[in-house]
Design a protein around this ligand. Structure first.
Ligand SMILES: C[S@@+](CC[C@H](N)C(=O)[O-])C[C@H]1O[C@@H](n2cnc3c(N)ncnc32)[C@H](O)[C@@H]1O
Length: 352
C-alpha cells in the first residue's frame, strides 16, 4: 500500500504530471500535522465525545476541556481526512473513526494512538542523531512504569485485527499441544490459536516489566492456565529441548541484531519437537532487488524499517534474511503468509 497524492481536478492532474507541485512540501509540511492531529484527537477523547452525543464544537470543547477556536481548526482537518462528517455545525463519526478510534471497541487502535502521542512522538526528534551515529534509542532499556503500561496497551491495540487473521492462517501442525510465544506481551496471537485448537496451550515469554502491565490484558481473554506468562529474556534464557510444536516470535526480531536472531533461532530449533514450526511474524524489509514479491516494495515495510532502526538500532529484515537464520539453525523454511488486514507484514515459517 502507498500514500499517494490524488488530484481533484484536471488542472491539478496536469500540475502533478509535469512536476509543478512541490511534493516534498506535502510530505514534510502536511503529513506531520496530519499525523499529530489524529494522535491528539484520539488522546484528548474527541472521538468518544462525539460518539457520546457531543456534536458541536462548543459541546466537544467543554467535554474534552479544549479551546473552541483551536478545536474548530482540528475538526476541520479531521473532517477533510474522513474522520468526521459535518452538517450545519454538527459533527458525526464516520465508519473509519467508529471502527478504529473509539476507546472501547474491540478492534480499536486507540492504545497505539496514546503510546505514539505520549511516548513515541518525542523520539522522532532523535532521527537526525540516529542518522549520524547509527545508534538507536533502545527504548526497552529506558521506559518508565507508566510508559511500559502505554507500550503494552499499544501492542494489544496494534494486533487485535492481525491476531484474528493469524489464528485463521498460521501454518501450524494440526495436532499441536505446546506453544512458546517469545516476546508475546498480551498473548493475542497465542489466544487466537488456542481458541481454534482445543488441545493447545501456550507460554508467553516476556520481560518482567512487560508482564507486569500485560498480565491484566491477557487475563481479559479468559484463557486461564492455557495461556500463561513466563518472565524471562529471549537473549539470555534457554528454551529447553524437544518441548514445543509451535514457537512464535512476533514483532521482536526487529529489536534484535542479525547475530542475536541467529542465536534465538538456534535455541528455538533445539526447543522444537520434530515436525514443529518456528514462525517469525514481522514487518518485512523490502529486498533491494525487489525479489520479495508482494510484501517486498511497500511503504509500511520501509517506514517501519527506519522507525525500528531509530528506536532499537536493529530494524526490519527481508524474508530471505529471516529464512537464513532458520536455515542456519537446521530448520526448513516452508511457507510465507502475508496479511490482508496489515500490509507489509508476513509470517515466515520453518519446520524442524
Ligand atoms: C513490539 S512488542 C510485540 C508484542 C507481540 N508479540 C505482538 O506481536 O504484538 C515486543 C515485545 O517483546 C518484548 N521483549 C523485548 N525484548 C525482549 C527480550 N529480550 N526477551 C523477551 N521479550 C522481549 C517486549 O517487552 C514486548 O512485549
Amino acid at each position: 500500500m502507498r500514500l499517494t497524492v490524488t488530484p481533484e481536478s484536471l488542472l491539478e492532474w496536469i500540475a502533478l504530471k509535469i512536476n509543478l507541485v512541490p511534493l516534498p512540501l506535502l510530505h514534510a509540511q502536511i503529513f506531520p500535522i496530519v499525523g499529530k492531529a489524529v494522535l491528539e484527537a484520539a488522546d484528548k477523547g474527541i472521538f468518544d465525545a462525539v460518539h457520546a452525543g457531543k456534536q458541536t464544537v462548543e459541546e466537544i470543547a467543554v467535554e474534552c476541556q479544549l479551546h473552541p477556536k483551536a478545536l474548530r481548526e482540528l475538526m476541520g482537518l479531521l473532517t477533510v481526512l474522513g474522520y468526521f462528517r459535518c452538517h450545519e455545525g454538527r459533527y458525526t463519526l464516520t465508519r473509519i473513526s467508529r471502527r478504529w478510534l473509539l476507546k472501547n471497541n474491540e478492534e480499536s487502535v486507540f492504545g497505539m494512538m496514546v503510546f505514539n502521542n505520549r511516548v513515541v512522538w518525542p523520539w522522532l526528534d532523535q532521527l537526525g542523531k540516529y542518522l549520524q551515529t547509527g545508534e538507536g534509542i533502545q527504548y526497552h532499556d529506558h521506559l518508565t512504569t507508566q510508559q511500559w503500561a502505554y507500550y503494552q496497551q499499544a501492542m494489544v491495540a496494534a494486533t487485535s485485527t492481525e491476531a484474528k487473521e493469524f489464528g485463521r492462517k498460521a501454518p501450524v501442525p494440526k495436532t499441536a499441544t505446546h506453544m512458546l510465544d517469545i516476546g508475546g506481551s498480551h498473548g493475542q496471537h497465542s489466544v487466537a490459536l488456542c481458541r481454534k485448537m482445543p488441545h493447545l496451550q501456550a507460554v508467553i515469554l516476556d520481560l518482567p516489566q512487560a508482564i507486569e502491565q500485560a498480565a491484566p490484558l491477557l487475563a481479559r481473554a479468559g484463557m486461564g492456565d492455557r495461556v500463561r506468562h513466563q518472565a524471562g529474556n529471549a537473549l539470555t534464557d534457554d528454551f529447553g529441548e524437544n518441548r514445543y510444536d509451535i514457537v512464535l516470535m512476533s514483532s521482536l526480531a526487529h529489536h534484535f541484531s542479525d547475530k542475536q536472531n541467529r542465536e534465538v533461532a538456534r535455541k528455538v530449533a533445539k526447543a522444537l519437537k520434530p515436525g514443529g514450526v518456528y514462525i517469525v511474524n514481522e514487518f518485512i524489509r523490502p529486498e533491494s532487488d525487489g525479489e520479495a514479491g508482494a510484501v517486498g516494495t511497500n511503504l509500511v515495510g520501509s517506514s517501519m524499517d527506519l522507525f525500528y532502526g531509530l528506536t532499537s538500532t536493529a530494524g526490519n529484515y527481508s524474508i530471505r534474511e529471516i529464512q537464513s537464520w532458520q536455515t542456519a539453525a537446521g530448520l526448513k523454511p516452508f511457507k510465507v503468509k502475508t496479511y490482508l488486514s496489515i500490509p507489509g507484514r508476513a509470517m515466515v515459517a520453518a519446520k524442524k
